[in-house]
Ligand binder design. Structure first.
Ligand SMILES: Cc1cc2nc3c(=O)[nH]c(=O)nc-3n(C[C@H](O)[C@H](O)[C@H](O)COP(=O)(O)OP(=O)(O)OC[C@H]3O[C@@H](n4cnc5c(N)ncnc54)[C@H](O)[C@@H]3O)c2cc1C
Length: 402
């Protein structure tokens, strides 16, 4: 697409601004995840073609380039509205758009953009977490369907999911990366049994999922049989990109008036009467600098990643976010001092500090651990020698596994 002139960008800015003034209600600001008006708002955004402006017109977009898309995002961000930029951030619909059959696209993309369809990731298994190419869940073709048997674990949101993005083995006679296929598996069926697990935060979001003759229609195979690793690597890059940019905030919602970044830490330090302590000031400055650097890196990664490709740079952002979250949690705890030992609704500051300390592990383990991100960065960004992999070229049937 031709590069936009400044005056074209200004026209887009005015159009988005006017639309937001007519449609956006600032009271919906905090409903991006689960507010009652979320789907109503997202539907409006999709109908106005702001949800994914860089996508083709055929698929809810406007066929715009990145510069035009960014204008829309900056106008939404200016008023605190959500729902645009899904052409970069919506892991599920990006995966379908890039690799899905036309049937699957028609069936799912609209609902995914509008937030009507719930999804989960059926990747990890007891013997295949960091080494995801070692999965042993099998999918076998039977007429117009795939029949799936196996067991997944740590599956977040499985209980509410309509579909799971599933990586399964379809060929045992080729090396491990080559025998995998990727599916959208309908979750609400008899062959899918979900057993909740409890996290360290005392929440129960993730689960074990047992698949016994579960069925996926042929149209729900992404790309082609045996190409699952490529689909998975692309989907993981999207996931890491999102995890590198955002994470859950405090759970209580009652703590210091919700402010962004350093403003919140300054407010906490003032409240604890520690704003004049040089060490605390330095640590606030440090987490602020880390956040800003990560934002810049993330913007660079997004500029590099083209639709449907994967970028190892996403691992940098995710690793950085993991460090930032742990560091911020430590700072929060230290600012509170002995008060951080308290818990419960009467002590929302301490409740937040403790929750965020524990929840920081979500980013350092989920979506691939910090160590795995370090491996990816060292091998694919810095060009250091690859880790030895004795089973890489062996037919998977001959690989020993538990
Ligand atoms: C909160 C949360 C939510 C999650 N949600 C989902 C989900 O929705 N769907 C899903 O499929 N999975 C999910 N996971 C699982 C997550 O992706 C895995 O836990 C993660 O990939 C690690 O796999 P593992 O637990 O099997 O650990 P292992 O792979 O057994 O690793 C154990 C340790 O060894 C290290 N290690 C392993 N291999 C290497 C290596 N080559 N080099 C250096 N160190 C190595 C790891 O870094 C780790 O410290 C979730 C995890 C968490 C914590």
């Amino acid at each position: 697409m031709r590069e936009a002139t400044q005056s074209e960008l200004d026209t887009i800015r005015s159009e988005v601004r006017a639309w937001l003034e007519a449609n956006w209600n600032p009271a919906w600001r905090n409903q991006a995840v689960d507010g009652p008006n979320r789907i109503t708002w997202l539907t409006r955004v999709v109908e106005a073609r702001w949800a994914a402006p860089r996508w083709p017109v055929e698929w809810f977009g406007r066929g715009w380039d990145d510069a035009r898309g960014r204008v829309v995002e900056s106008e939404f961000a200016r008023v605190g509205a959500f729902g645009t930029g899904q052409d970069r951030t919506n892991l599920w619909s990006n995966t379908v758009l890039t690799f899905g059959t036309k049937t699957l696209k028609e069936q799912l993309i609209g609902g995914l953009l509008r937030g009507e369809i719930n999804m989960c990731l059926l990747y990890s298994e007891a013997g295949a977490g960091s080494d995801l190419a070692g999965v042993r869940t099998r999918a076998e073709k039977s007429g117009d369907e795939w029949v799936v048997n196996g067991q997944k674990v740590w599956t977040s949101r499985a209980k509410i999911a309509d579909y799971g993005m599933l990586i399964a083995r379809t060929n045992w006679d080729v090396p491990k990366h080559k025998g995998l296929s990727f599916f959208f598996l309908p979750m609400k069926q008899a062959g899918v049994e979900i057993r909740p697990l409890r996290q360290i935060t005392n929440e129960s979001e993730f689960n074990e999922v047992f698949l016994t003759d579960a069925r996926a229609p042929a149209a729900n195979l992404l790309s082609r049989e045996g190409d699952g690793w490529r689909v998975l690597v692309t989907a993981l890059a999207y996931e890491r990109s999102v995890m590198g940019e955002s994470a859950r905030g405090p759970r209580s919602g009652a703590a210091v008036e919700r402010k962004q970044g350093e403003a919140e830490f300054v407010a906490l330090a003032r409240e604890a009467d520690r704003l004049d302590q040089p060490e605390m000031r330095q640590r606030i400055a440090q987490v602020t600098a880390l956040r800003r650097l990560n934002d810049l890196n993330s913007a660079r990664a997004k500029a590099e990643i083209a639709q449907g490709s994967s970028s190892s740079i996403m691992s940098l952002g995710k690793l950085a976010m993991s460090r930032i979250l742990h560091e911020e949690a430590r700072l929060r705890t230290d600012l509170l001092g002995a008060q951080s030992l308290l818990e419960g609704p009467d002590h929302p500051r301490a409740e937040d500090a403790n929750f965020l300390s524990l929840n920081a592990y979500f980013t350092s383990i989920g979506g691939g651990t910090d160590q795995i991100q370090q491996n990816i960065i060292s091998e694919r960004v810095l060009g250091l020698p690859k880790e030895p992999e004795v089973d890489r070229d062996v037919p998977f049937r001959e690989v020993r596994g538990g």
